[in-house]
Design a protein around this ligand. Structure first.
Ligand SMILES: [Ca+2]
Ligand SMILES: [Ca+2]
Length: 399
């Protein structure tokens, strides 16, 4: 058989960021010397297929941890050979970050995946096991958390049809860090704290979170000097400025009242772009939409060169869904600097409670008190809130 050697390829969009969480620990998950059957010769397509396959880990870690496949996956393609059936067997190694609750850190994960990552392999697997191994209302990759149940053929120790069982080795990641703070010197260099808050889905919350935030903040900041509420049909904006004893605070909140982020018009996208690029803290609360809502949100954000940003995403497993758009945005705004220099991203490892919006109120409190990340994250939500990118933070030293 013909041997085709592919050039050693490392994914370029993988982000090397560190991690801190009061309730979770980062692990490096490794797959060494694996094989993938594919019809493609494109390294980009092969990487996508490997990611598609590994994404089935999301459902199998449900409630305990999350793999960061969308932003930390690094793949080494080590060669391939053409098979008699015209397909290709690709050899690869993979590494990615898995955040896991501190109480039960694993050293190995045994999980079941479709035998390939192309659309026909995924369809065959889904058609064979949909309804038997997960919530019938969720995609199988997201809802595959019943593999330990006897009624699910995938619970068999040997891999059944169209499936492969892989053992991932997990080791404590060198990327864990602690004791860091947001870059408060940068946040306050303009004399004010600017907060953008997008409340994403009407059906995910009690009340209007943006409006509630403005009202709650009066309790310790006093009456806002200015406050404007504007209805735009599918969304309502609340912009308030407080001149308090703690400093100036500007809140730019958007309550989506119909649909979700992917369905918003260009006016909404422009508003998020404008609000986010002038902010210190940018937050999203709402459904993940199996990642689609998170990606829609991160794609709308914009960065000002030299400005430091703190992001907070509270949803179902946003750590698993977080793509590289924010990190890319920070890098493009600041050529030559690591993404983490001007950006720290906080998100929930497991399932956040985003129904009340009380987390953003707590964040404003914490930022005014200049709490460190442990102190900030501790008060936000259940589901193991975490931060990426804080390892290089200088505060209380100069930026
Ligand atoms: Ca500021
Ligand atoms: Ca940083």
């Amino acid at each position: 058989m013909k041997i085709l050697l592919l050039a050693l390829t490392l994914t370029t969009h993988a982000m090397a960021t560190r991690f801190e969480s009061p309730g979770a620990v980062a692990h490096d998950a490794q797959l060494s010397d694996r094989r993938l059957l594919t019809s493609s010769q494109s390294s980009a397509t092969i990487e996508t297929e490997i990611r598609n396959q590994l994404r089935y880990l999301v459902g199998q870690t449900f409630g305990n941890g999350s793999p960061a496949l969308e932003h930390s996956l690094q793949i080494q393609l080590r060669g391939s050979r053409l098979l008699a059936n015209g397909r290709r067997e690709v050899r690869y190694a993979a590494k990615f970050l898995v955040a896991w609750e501190k109480a039960s850190p694993p050293t190995q994960l045994s999980a079941v995946f479709p035998s390939g990552g192309d659309s026909s392999s995924l369809s065959r697997f889904d058609n064979a096991y949909k309804g038997k191994c997960g919530d019938p209302d969720s995609p199988l990759w997201y809802g595959l958390w019943f593999t330990q149940s006897g009624s699910c053929p995938l619970s068999s120790p040997t891999a059944p049809r169209y499936a492969v069982r892989l053992s991932l080795s997990l080791s404590l990641s060198a990327s864990n860090s602690q004791g860091k703070s947001p870059e408060y010197e940068k946040i306050w260099e303009d004399g004010k704290l600017v907060v953008t808050f997008v409340a994403g889905n009407q059906d995910s919350r009690r009340g209007t979170q943006g409006e509630d935030l403005v009202v709650r903040l009066k309790q310790f900041l006093g009456e806002p000097g200015t406050y404007q509420k504007t209805s735009h049909g599918a969304y309502v904006t609340h912009v308030a400025e407080y001149d308090s004893e703690y400093g100036k605070v500007r809140v730019q909140a958007i309550d989506v009242v119909r649909g979700n982020l992917q369905q918003m018009d260009s006016g909404f996208r422009s508003l998020v772009a404008q609000y986010s690029k002038d902010s210190d803290l940018v937050s999203y609360n709402g459904h993940s939409g199996l990642g689609a809502n998170i990606r829609a949100f991160t794609a709308m954000t914009r960065f000002t060169p030299g400005r430091y940003y703190l992001y907070w995403i509270n949803a179902c497993k946003p750590f698993a869904h977080l793509d590289s758009a924010l990190f890319e945005g920070a890098r493009q705004a600041n050529p030559g600097a690591a993404a983490s220099k001007y950006l720290d991203v906080m998100s929930v490892v497991n399932i956040g409670d985003f129904s009340s919006g009380g987390d953003v109120y707590q964040l404003v409190h914490g930022l005014l008190a200049k709490r460190n990340f442990h102190g900030l994250l501790y008060w936000l939500t259940s589901g193991e809130p975490s931060v990426l990118g804080e390892e290089d933070n200088a505060y209380p030293g100069p930026f």
